[in-house]
Design a binder for this molecule. Structure first.
Ligand SMILES: Cc1cc2nc3c(=O)[nH]c(=O)nc-3n(C[C@H](O)[C@H](O)[C@H](O)COP(=O)(O)O)c2cc1C
Length: 326
């Protein structure tokens, strides 16, 4: 199982997407990119400490192809975060500390983006995890709690001093949740301020976005979340651009629908038809956003309960689209 010892070769990180980025999602990315650093969904340090036998936890079962795989821990207690890191260390390529989640049920206990308010605590957690696991430790954070209390520059400098190996900045405040846009100018400021690698996150949905963001921020790489939904080639295409200056075209509709069918097939195989289809409803929009009448098709797709019915609608979309084109 691959440990991360040198992050220079990493240009693209799959940003954690709780409830979205599962084993099938990562497998689809791996079909194209062998280097992309994958991240688990946030894993509660308390939950891991309460169930320390990793072999008995389904949520901690990963396939070889998912590696390199960073384990993202969420929590604010030094002892729980350290113990959880020690428990997962044998199966983790590295550890990422969640200082960005804005969700109420997470921040209410001082976790996620609430950790932006307590940089000293984050520093102690970094030191403790590094000392006790020997793994690389990164931090994923936001600009700050609110626009008035933005502290990403001081926060970044503090975690660098504490030994963080890199930082990923999602350039929104907690108050913004997912509103507005990620302010890449601020990522540029952070990159200028720090010696450790900085990865840019937020609103990178195309290769052109990645190109623009990297030119502006001069970051070491990008972290992509929602942009991968509906286009699993994106990490590979960005790596190709960064490493070889080659711009590969976005997949066309036929290729995207092919990807969607494969994604659906694998989720149904993993979860069964009922749950697999329910899960896939989160994705339809992303795959078919470019087609005429996309919202009408999406509204139809999310009502279907059989894999075959979904495949038929997808074929109809393709058929109508190719008639439009000719
Ligand atoms: C559905 C969803 C789940 C997310 N789950 C996590 C998570 O578990 N840990 C985390 O650090 N960020 C999480 N995020 C934030 C993303 O990793 C990322 O920072 C954010 O979506 C901005 O990047 P993007 O525009 O590339 O999606 C989540 C975002 C979404 C939309």
């Amino acid at each position: 199982m691959q440990k991360i010892t040198d992050i220079k070769s990493i240009k693209v990180i799959q940003a954690p997407l709780a409830g979205i980025s599962d084993v099938v999602f990562r497998g689809m990315i791996r079909k194209y990119s062998s280097k992309c650093l994958m991240t688990t969904e946030m894993l509660s340090s308390e939950m891991i400490c309460n169930n320390p036998d990793i072999n008995k936890q389904r949520i901690l079962k990963f396939e070889d192809f998912e590696y390199p795989l960073s384990f993202q821990l969420v929590g604010h207690k030094i002892d729980k975060m350290t113990t959880a890191a020690k428990i997962v260390a044998p199966i983790a390529s590295m550890i990422d500390i969640n200082c960005g989640c804005p969700v109420k049920k997470v921040v209410v206990s001082g976790d996620g983006s609430a950790m932006m308010k307590t940089p000293e605590l984050v520093c102690d957690i970094i030191k403790s995890i590094k000392d006790s696991t020997g793994l690389l430790v990164s931090v994923k954070c936001r600009l700050g709690w609110t626009a008035q209390s933005e502290n990403y520059l001081e926060f970044g400098a503090a975690v660098e001093k504490a030994g963080a190996d890199f930082i990923t900045l999602h350039a929104r405040t907690r108050s913004q949740m997912y509103q507005g846009t990620s302010d890449w100018n601020k990522i540029k400021l952070l990159k200028k301020e720090l010696k450790i690698p900085v990865f840019a996150n937020g609103d990178i949905k195309t290769i052109e976005d990645a190109k623009k963001c990297l030119e502006l921020t001069e970051c070491n790489g990008v972290s992509i979340g929602r942009g991968i939904m509906g286009d699993f080639t994106l990490p590979y295409r960005i790596e190709k651009y960064i490493n070889e200056n080659i711009l590969i075209q976005e997949p066309n509709l036929e290729e995207k629908i092919g990807m969607l069918k494969e994604h659906l097939r694998q989720e149904v195989e993993l979860m069964g038809e009922i749950n697999g289809i329910k899960f896939m409803r989160k994705f339809f929009n992303y795959y078919i956003s470019s087609v005429r009448n996309a919202s009408k098709y999406r509204a139809c797709l999310v009502t279907l309960e059989k894999e075959k019915e979904i495949l038929d609608v997808l074929d109809e979309i393709l058929h109508i689209h190719s008639a439009d084109e000719s």
